[in-house]
Design a binder for this molecule. Sequence first.
Ligand SMILES: NC(=O)c1ccc[n+]([C@@H]2O[C@H](COP(=O)([O-])OP(=O)(O)OC[C@H]3O[C@@H](n4cnc5c(N)ncnc54)[C@H](O)[C@@H]3O)[C@@H](O)[C@H]2O)c1
Length: 281
Amino acid sequence: MEVNSASALFDLSGKIAILTGACGLLGQEHAHVLAEAGANVVLADLQLEKSQSFAQDITNQWGVEAFPVEVNVSDKTSVERMVQRVREKFGQIDILINNAALTVKGGSEQVKGYFSDFEDYPLDIWQQALDVNLTGTFLCSQAVGKQMVQQNSGIIINISSTYGVVAPDQRIYENVRSPYDPTITFNTPASYSVTKGAIISLTRYLATYWAGKNIRVNALTPGGVYDDHGEEFVKNYSYRTPMGRMANKTEYRGAILFLASEASSYMTGANLIADGGWTAW
Ligand SMILES: NC(=O)c1ccc[n+]([C@@H]2O[C@H](COP(=O)([O-])OP(=O)(O)OC[C@H]3O[C@@H](n4cnc5c(N)ncnc54)[C@H](O)[C@@H]3O)[C@@H](O)[C@H]2O)c1
């Protein structure tokens, strides 16, 4: 199908989009832009109550159907149940955004070793990150991909990170305390980088694997988003970024809409980097 006008390129009217991690900082932004473009959005998250009230907001604001579904992306049965419910309700799945990730925000009680030094990194937390970030992307792509193969169409967007492309610059974390709990210093653990790097590889693999099935698979690599990190960290991160600042949470809406729509119709297996220039030097 050839689409020419600018508005038609970005029109998602009637599309069904599954968005994992929909209740998080960026998930909510992705949900808003998909809904504004006309898509019905499946708000898939561990947090059911939050996704239920968020679904109300989306429907009230954009007039599309927003379907809250509780899912644990690292659990095969839970993912298959989610896909089954979406199939029963809508009969098709046009877009999947693998956005859920194990990110740790909170005090030392919630964090429980997530920011440990590499030398002493707890195996169970390493494993948990792999389960959610990487295996979760695998399981959702597998279950949704089966439906997309049947339809002979689909779009998958996998959310990576600059830390999946380059290593964290450890200097920006030196002596920086968590804004949630001054008793802990924070950093980006190896499990995050490793899973985000692997997501780019899985994206390329699936793009070529399903190229003949009319399924496009791309990655989006966002840079750090301002989220009350504390003054010292924001200063360090901003200095290290060519554009001199962290991203605002709204600044990936355009990239999501581009990848989810006909605007990116000749793109698959790519990694779209929107990082204020972080990886440019
Ligand atoms: N925020 C940033 O600065 C930033 C930068 C680069 C990349 N990213 C990536 O963007 C994505 C979203 O980040 P965010 O900042 O919005 O994170 P967030 O922590 O605000 O939200 C994550 C969401 O995922 C959900 N979730 C966690 N584990 C889950 C599971 N097992 N099953 C289902 N849902 C689960 C949580 O309930 C939460 O709603 C992540 O993939 C993250 O790695 C974020």
